[in-house]
Design a protein around this ligand. Structure first.
Ligand code: ASP
Ligand code: MG
Length: 414
C-alpha cells in the first residue's frame, strides 16, 4: 500500500500515560506528513514478566494455552490505550488484536510462527482513514486459539505487517538510539552504527543481541523490508538495516553476548555413521534449538559431542537424551550452565585475514580461557566462563575498534 509506514513501539516507549502521549505525538506527526500508519505495540514496561510471574504464582508448570491467553492481554492493553490517546488528540484510530486482524500462526504456544496475515480488515480500516494499532507478539492458531510468538516478537509482528502491506518503511522505536557495535551497558566505548546488513544483523540478533527479534530480521531480509531501528525518546536517526550490497562493508560490524547458554556434552560414542543423527533428531523433534556443535575424538576410538542449548531448554534436552540413551549409545552425559557466549560478526571478515587471531589475542591478553570455538564465514563465537564475559567483551571490542570504521584496511607492507 502506498504511503504506508509501520511503526512499532517497545515496552519502555509505552510504559506509562506520559510515554504513550509522547508516542501518540510521533504517530500524529507522521500522519501530518500525509502517511498512513499501522502501529504495533508491545506490552507496557515489564508487564509480560509480571504476567509470567503471576502464572508461576498459581503453578510452576502452567498450561501453555492458558499462559498465552494471559500474556496476550499485555499487548492488548497497550493497543487500546494508544488508540484512546490518538483519539483524544482528534485522530481516528482503532485497536485490533491478532484475531481481529487475522494473524494466523502455528500452534506452538509460547513460540508460534506467523504463517499468514489477512489484510482485508487492515486495509478497510486504513481506507476509512483510521490509524490502526495492532497488538504485537500474538497470533491465532488453526483452532482459533491465541498463541504468542516468542519473547521480543512484537518486532516480528511489525515486520510481517510491513511485508504483507508492502509498507514503504518499518520503524522499530525502542529505548536505545540504534544498533551498537556492542551492548553499551557492557562496553561503554561501543559505537552506534548508521547502517548494517540484514545478514550481520541476523547474526547479532541470533547470537544474543536483544535489541531486535531475530525472526524479524530474517523476515525483513526475505521480503526486503526497509527497516530502521531508532529511539522514541531522542529523535536521533537510528540504524537502518538493509541488503548487504547497499551497506558499506565493515571488517567487523559488532559483538554480541549471550548469557543464556548451557553446554551439554555427550561422551563415549561409537565412531560410525548415524550417531549425530541419533542425538539431534529427537531434540529437533521436540523443537529444541541447538547451537555451537563440536565433535571431537575422545578416549580410544570413541567420539565426544558438545553443543549448546538455551538455558531454559537444558532440562528438557537432558531428559530427552536420557530417554534415548540406549539408542544413541553414549557413556556419559554432562552439562554446564556457567558459560557465556561471545560472538563477533561481520560480512567483511571473509576478506580480512587475522580477525580470529586478533580475537584470541584479546582474550589471551586479558587472561580468559576459551572453552569452545565455532566459526562461520561471517562470525566467530567463543564460549567462556560466565564470570569473565564483561572483561572479555571490553577487551575484544577494544581490539576491533579500528575495524569498526569504514576505511579500515589491513596494515600495508612497508
Ligand atoms: N511483550 C513481549 C515480551 O516482552 C513481546 C515484545 O515486547 O516484543 O517479550
Ligand atoms: Mg524487544
Amino acid at each position: 500500500m502506498e504511503n504506508l509506514i509501520v511503526q512499532k513501539y517497545g515496552g519502555t516507549s509505552v510504559a506509562n500515560a506520559e510515554r504513550i502521549m509522547h508516542v501518540a505525538n510521533i504517530i500524529s506527526n507522521t500522519c501530518e506528513k500525509g502517511k498512513r500508519v499501522v502501529v504495533v505495540v508491545s506490552a507496557q514496561g515489564h508487564t509480560t514478566d509480571r504476567l509470567v510471574e503471576k502464572a508461576r504464582g498459581i503453578s510452576s508448570d502452567a498450561n501453555r494455552r492458558e499462559l498465552d491467553m494471559l500474556l496476550v492481554t499485555g499487548e492488548q492493553q497497550s493497543a487500546a490505550l494508544m488508540a484512546m490517546a490518538l483519539q483524544s488528540m482528534g485522530h481516528s484510530a482503532v485497536s485490533l488484536n491478532a484475531a481481529q486482524v487475522g494473524i494466523e500462526a502455528t500452534s506452538v504456544h509460547g513460540n508460534a510462527q506467523i504463517k499468514r496475515i489477512q489484510t482485508k480488515r487492515l486495509i478497510e480500516e486504513l481506507e476509512k482513514g483510521n490509524i490502526v494499532i495492532v497488538a504485537g507478539f500474538q497470533g491465532i492458531n488453526r483452532f482459533g486459539d491465541m498463541t504468542t510468538l516468542g519473547r521480543g516478537a512484537s518486532d516480528t509482528t511489525a515486520v510481517a505487517l510491513a511485508a504483507v502491506l508492502e509498507a514503504e518503511l518499518c520503524e522499530i522505536y525502542t529505548d536505545v538510539d540504534g544498533i551498537y557495535t556492542a551492548d553499551p551497558r557492557i562496553v561503554p566505548s561501543a559505537k552506534k552504527l548508521d547502517e548494517i546488513s540484514y545478514d550481520d544483523m541476523l547474526e547479532l540478533a541470533s547470537s544474543g543481541a536483544g535489541v531486535l527479534h531475530n525472526r524479524a530480521v530474517e523476515m525483513a531480509k526475505r521480503y526486503n523490508v526497509n527497516l530502521v531501528l531508532r529511539s522514541s525518546m531522542s529523535g536521533i536517526p537510528g540504524t537502518s538495516i538493509k541488503e548487504e550490497s547497499k551497506v558499506e562493508r565493515l571488517a567487523v560490524s559488532g559483538l554480541s553476548i549471550d548469557r543464556n547458554v548451557a553446554r551439554i556434552s555427550v561422551t563415549g560414542l561409537p565412531d560410525k555413521p548415524g550417531v549425530a543423527h541419533s542425538i539431534f533428531n529427537p531434540l529437533a523433534k521436540a523443537k529444541l534449538n541447538v547451537d555451537v556443535i563440536l565433535l571431537s575424538v575422545g578416549e580410544g576410538d570413541n567420539r565426544d559431542y558438545c553443543f549448546t542449548v538455551h538455558k531454559q531448554d537444558l532440562k528438557t534436552a537432558c531428559e530427552i537424551l536420557e530417554a534415548n540413551k540406549e539408542n544413541i549409545g553414549y557413556e556419559s552425559l554432562n552439562s554446564d550452565e556457567n558459560l557465556a557466549k561471545l560472538t563477533i560478526v561481520g560480512a567483511g571478515m571473509a576478506n580480512n585475514s587475522g580477525v580470529a587471531s586478533a580475537m584470541f589475542e584479546a582474550l589471551y591478553e586479558c587472561g580468559v580461557n576459551i572453552e569452545t570455538i565455532c566459526t562461520s564465514e561471517i562470525k566467530i563465537t567463543v564460549l567462556i566462563g560466565q564470570q569473565y564475559i564483561t572483561k572479555a567483551a571490553k577487551a575484544v571490542h577494544d581490539k576491533f575498534e579500528p575495524m569498526f570504521s569504514k576505511d579500515y584496511t589491513e596494515t600495508e607492507e612497508t
